[in-house]
Design a protein around this ligand. Structure first.
Ligand code: SF4
Ligand code: SF4
Ligand code: SF4
Length: 397
């Protein structure tokens, strides 16, 4: 057992292994205001990585509708119920238990050896989904929550009375990966060079302790191969300076891949660090679980803050407000608008960016320009009400 510092919850916490951060950490930001649930990302991963026998139920990238969609079925409800009370202090420190703490396990007595009877995951809260929980990845799609509204109603308020949103998910390549912490034979490891969490299928002995331990449902058992499998972060592309397959193919251009640092080492000229640490507009998914996940989300601005607070933690209201201001065109938020414009603009990883009067520009690690997008596009705005057809227009630009 070790005490490690998890900056997302603002405190030290228990974890099965000592803190060992990689040289660089694979990271991502997804803008939930732009996802259209086209599932192109899901299919691009499926056709690349999980199209073999035994992988039919596997979606390393999935997109679920919130609040009612989930894959595997009910994953977040299940783990949040097991976590108990989850409260944050006014100082941004998480006061509840993480999944490594809730069982009050005596980690000191845990021998660090290869004995499969030594089940680290006994000390990690989790569960193994049933087979049928993987069977319907799109259940609940487009089901709204909130109050019904009359048709033809135009909503001016920030939060919509009827709402849902799409949540795309991949493995978070967590800093404190529960899948690795739970594996009794150390078949899962984090790469030093990029922080990608990989599962060595030859070492895997089918205990499924990673499936039990990953609260995000991103380690999945293959009953034909008889081993567990997970997202590989598209490491062959990442090694070449390219973005992962599900990022490159994202139709809504909602994704940015890049390196993410701890707050005290953040580089504001790098897009992911800028969005997470400087603009503070991108937040981790369920940080209270304690894994320090490295996929960050720009929360949807039309969804009630109460719901998002549980999902993204205490910074969510400020993140929504910042995004609204950037969207309105406030000059102060020009840099933020620029980096959002750069999302999905190139197959290359943008290591640095700058925003000028006319455009946002992305550079690769050698300083070569790999993306260039205009800050303003010509725009024609129509009246909200269409007199000819006696109807409100949904799209006026
Ligand atoms: S999301 Fe799950 S599978 Fe991925 S690194 Fe974290 S614990 Fe492991
Ligand atoms: S990063 Fe690669 S392996 Fe992971 S979900 Fe996306 S396409 Fe699949
Ligand atoms: S491809 Fe992009 S826009 Fe389409 S569902 Fe995936 S994340 Fe959303």
């Amino acid at each position: 057992m070790a005490e490690v510092y998890n900056w997302q919850i603002g405190r030290e916490m228990e974890y099965p292994y000592p803190e060992a951060r990689p040289e660089r950490q694979w990271g991502a930001v997804f803008d939930l205001n732009k996802c259209i649930a086209c599932q192109t990302c899901s299919l691009s991963c499926k056709t690349t990585w999980t199209n073999n026998e035994g992988q039919e139920h596997m979606f390393w990238n999935n997109v679920e509708t919130k609040p009612y969609g989930s894959y595997p079925l009910g994953w977040d409800q299940e783990i949040l119920d097991r976590l108990g009370v989850q409260e944050w202090g006014s100082d941004g420190v998480y006061d509840g238990d993480t999944i490594f703490e809730v069982r009050d396990f005596d980690w000191e007595s845990m021998a660090m050896d290869d004995d499969p009877d030594t089940m680290h995951s006994e000390g990690i809260e989790g569960y193994i989904p049933e087979d049928e929980d993987w069977a319907q990845p799109n259940l609940g799609e487009d089901e709204p929550a909130g109050e019904a509204v009359e048709s033809d109603t135009h909503i001016e308020e920030d939060h919509h009375p009827t709402w849902f949103f799409y949540l795309p998910r991949v493995c978070n390549h967590c800093t404190f990966a529960a899948c690795a912490g739970g594996c009794p034979v150390q078949a899962i490891y984090k790469r030093q060079e990029d922080g990608i969490v990989l599962l060595d299928e030859e070492s895997c002995q089918s205990f499924q302790e990673c499936v039990r331990a990953c609260p995000y449902g991103k380690s999945i058992y293959n009953p034909v191969e008889m081993n567990s499998q997970k997202c590989v972060g598209c490491y062959p592309k990442v090694e070449q300076g390219l973005v992962p397959q599900c990022f490159e193919n994202c139709l809504g251009k909602i994704r940015m891949h890049g390196w993410v640092n701890r707050p005290d080492q953040a580089d504001p000229s790098a897009p992911v660090d800028y969005l997470v640490h400087e603009a503070e507009v991108a937040l981790p998914l369920y940080p209270q679980l304690g894994l320090e996940p490295n996929v960050y989300y720009i929360p949807p601005i039309n969804v009630p803050t109460d719901y998002l607070y549980q999902m993204f933690g205490p910074g969510v209201e400020e993140a929504q407000e910042t995004y609204r201001k950037a969207r309105r065109g406030d000059e102060e938020y020009r840099k933020l608008r620029g980096v959002i414009q750069l999302m999905g603009s190139t197959e290359w990883r943008i290591e640095e960016f700058e925003v000028t009067e006319e455009e946002a520009i992305g550079y690769d690690k050698d300083g070569h320009t790999v993306a260039r997008v205009p800050m303003e596009e010509p725009r024609y705005e129509r009246d909200r009400f269409d007199d000819q057809h006696d109807a409100y227009r949904l799209d006026i630009t």
